[in-house]
Design a protein around this ligand. Structure first.
Ligand SMILES: *Cc1c(COP(=O)(O)O)cnc(C)c1O
Length: 399
C-alpha cells in the first residue's frame, strides 16, 4: 500500500486522541484496573483519578467538581438532561423549548418526548443560524419546564447568544440546558456567567477518547436518573466507570481549555485563508452560517449544481476527509435540517461541503485543498444533470 497523504478536515465529526491523553490513559487499562467501588487499596487509585478528572472538567467550565457527572458521551448527556428534567417536572408542566438546528441527540429526544405527552416548540433561526432571544421569550408559557439550545452548531458553526438565552430562562425560573459538545475548547465557558444550568460535553470532540463525556448539573437542579442501577456518580448515573476514558477526558479538557485564544488564532488563520480561497476560486458558491459568530475551524459552503456525496467521494480519492449537509439516511437523500432551517433551498442544501479544521492542519493542507477542490467541483458540474446518485448508502450523517 502506498502511503497516501491524508488531509483530515472533519474535526467536528471527531478528533484524534492527543498523546498526553493516550499516555495518561494507558495505565488504567491493564495495570490499575481496580473497580472504584471496591474497598481494597488498588481500587482507591481508580477512585482518586476519577476525582482528579472531575476537578479538571469542573475547572474548565467554572463549575464545582460535584456538579460534574461522567457519561458515555454527548448523546447520553443530551438524553439525560432533556428526559431527566422533563420527567421530573411532569406534574408541573409539559412544554419544552429547543431550536430547529439542534443535533439529532436533542431533536430525536424531544420527538420521543412528544410521543410521551410533551409539547415541544422548535424555535426558528435566521439566515445565519442564530436563535433570536425575543423569540425564546415569546415561546415561554407557564407550562415550560425546560429550555435547551445548543452552544455552537456542528454543521454551520454558528455560535448562539447563550448567556442572553440563559438569562431569559433564569428570569422565568426555567432550567436551561445547552449542548456544548462543539463549544468546549473553542469558546471559553463559564456556567455561572453564562446562566447555564445543564451542559453536555463529549471528549472525542476536543482531542480526548470516544465513548466518554459529561453532564454538568447545577446544584439544586431537579433531574431524574436516566441509567438506573448501582450507586456510581453519587447515585445519579449507574454503571462501572470508564476509568481510562474519564482520565483521558480530564487531561484533554484541561489542555483544550488552557489556551483557547492561542489555539483559535492559529486555526482561524488557516480557516479564513481556505474559506476565502474557495469562495474566490469557485463560482456559484456561498458561505453557510454566520460570517463572524462561528467556530474557528468551521467552513460550510454550498456549491450550486453539485451533489454533496459525490463530491465527498471524489475528495476522499484525493485523501481529503470532509462532510456534507446531504445526509443519506436510509438511502434516501435528505438535505440537512440545519441548512433548511436557515432558509437555504433544498437543491443548494444538497451541494454543501463542511470542512472543519483542527490542530493537525497546516498551510500545506490548505494549499492542497485549494488546488484540488476547484477541479473536483468543475468536473462534477460538467457531469451534471444534478443528483447523480452515488449508489452508496449510510455512513454519511453529519455528526
Ligand atoms: C458529536 C455531537 C454530539 C454527540 O456526541 P457523542 O459523544 O458522539 O454521542 C452531540 N451534539 C453535538 C453538537 C455534537 O457535535
Amino acid at each position: 500500500m502506498g502511503a497516501k497523504r491524508i488531509i483530515y478536515m472533519d474535526h467536528s465529526a471527531t478528533t484524534y486522541v492527543r498523546k498526553e491523553a493516550v499516555e495518561a490513559m494507558t495505565p488504567y487499562h491493564a495495570e490499575h484496573f481496580g473497580n472504584p467501588s471496591s474497598i481494597y487499596s488498588i481500587a482507591r487509585e481508580s477512585k482518586m483519578v476519577i476525582d482528579t478528572a472531575r476537578e479538571q472538567a469542573a475547572k474548565a467550565l467554572g463549575a464545582e467538581p460535584d456538579e460534574i457527572y461522567f457519561t458515555s458521551g454527548g448523546s447520553e448527556s443530551d438524553n439525560w438532561a432533556i428526559k431527566g428534567v422533563a420527567f421530573v417536572n411532569r406534574k408541573k408542566g409539559n412544554h419544552i423549548i429547543t431550536s430547529k438546528i439542534e443535533h439529532h441527540a436533542v431533536l430525536h429526544t424531544c420527538e420521543y418526548l412528544e410521543k410521551e405527552g410533551f409539547t415541544v416548540t422548535y424555535l426558528p433561526v435566521d439566515q445565519y443560524g442564530l436563535v433570536d432571544p425575543a423569540e425564546l421569550e415569546k415561546a415561554i408559557t407557564d407550562k415550560t419546564v425546560l429550555i435547551s439550545i445548543m452552544y455552537a452548531n456542528n454543521e454551520i458553526g454558528t455560535i448562539e447568544p447563550i448567556a442572553e438565552l440563559g438569562a431569559i430562562a433564569r428570569r422565568h425560573k426555567i432550567p436551561f440546558h445547552t449542548d456544548a459538545v462543539q463549544a468546549v475548547g473553542n469558546i471559553p465557558i463559564d456556567v455561572n456567567a453564562q446562566n447555564i444550568d445543564l451542559l453536555s460535553l463529549s471528549a472525542h470532540k476536543f482531542y480526548g477518547p470516544k465513548g466518554v463525556g459529561a453532564l454538568y448539573i447545577r446544584k439544586g437542579t431537579k433531574i431524574d436518573n436516566l441509567i438506573h442501577g448501582g450507586g456510581q456518580e453519587r447515585r445519579r448515573r449507574a454503571g462501572t466507570e470508564n476509568i481510562a476514558g474519564i482520565v483521558g477526558l480530564g487531561i484533554a479538557i484541561e489542555l483544550a481549555t488552557a489556551d483557547i485564544e492561542g489555539h483559535n488564532l492559529k486555526i482561524r488563520a488557516l480557516r479564513d485563508r481556505l474559506m476565502s480561497g474557495i469562495l474566490a476560486k469557485i463560482p456559484n458558491s456561498r458561505l453557510n452560517g454566520h460570517p463572524e459568530k462561528r467556530l474557528p475551524g468551521n467552513i460550510n459552503i454550498s456549491f450550486e449544481f453539485i451533489e454533496g456525496e459525490s463530491m465527498l467521494l471524489w475528495l476522499d480519492d484525493e485523501g481529503i476527509c470532509a462532510s456534507t449537509g446531504s445526509a443519506c439516511t436510509s438511502g434516501s437523500l435528505e438535505p440537512s435540517h440545519v441548512l433548511l432551517a436557515t432558509g437555504l433551498p433544498v437543491e443548494i442544501s444538497h451541494g454543501s461541503l463542511r470542512l472543519t479544521l483542527g490542530d493537525i492542519n497546516t498551510d500545506a493542507d490548505v494549499d492542497f485543498v485549494l488546488e484540488v477542490l476547484p477541479k473536483v467541483v468543475s468536473r462534477l458540474r460538467e457531469m451534471s444533470p444534478l443528483y447523480q446518485k452515488s449508489g452508496k448508502e449510510g455512513g454519511c450523517n453529519v455528526q
